[in-house]
Unconditional design. Sequence first.
Length: 202
Amino acid sequence: MPRRRSLHPEEQEVWDLVARTARPLHPPRARQAETAPPAATPAPVPPVAEPAPPAPLPAFRIGARAPQPPARHDLAPPIGQQIAAHPLRMDAATHKAMRRGKLMPEARLDLHGLTLAEAHPELIRFVLNAQSAGLRLVLVITGKGKDRDRGGPIPTRFGALRHQVPHWLALPPLRGAVLQIAEAHLRHGGSGAFYVYLKRSR
């Protein structure tokens, strides 16, 4: 192995001058950390909301009845309540006696079993003829109806004829002949019939 010779003073001076201008190929790691840009501070993570605690169950004792679901409500009141809400246009004492079944109808029309198309002209003919004959109280029997709802998109009302007759009586040509409508007393058919109190014919 050849021996390394020492540098002369002139050579050492030139070497020191060159060494001062040289840059290291691999700087120390400590110096890299000093010159590296500071790392970005991560954004704060919002706290996760804790789920609300479940509502406590109602107290229950062995042998107690379980709560029942709320009953379904029909937005349209029954036809009897609708008619009872109509304003009174006849003598109050006569109306009270009629509602109690103490007045005997002077004529009756039985529409039970007819279709709506068949019942409407029959009702018009009967009421107008009764008024022309001077009658005041007549009875229109509709029956309580059957449940004919087939489950279609439009529900069918229970007792379509019973609900339609008061509507017909409030429309021309019968509106000018009818003074008051009331649900019949049990002795005259109850909710399956109507008292129709007529105006005096002119």
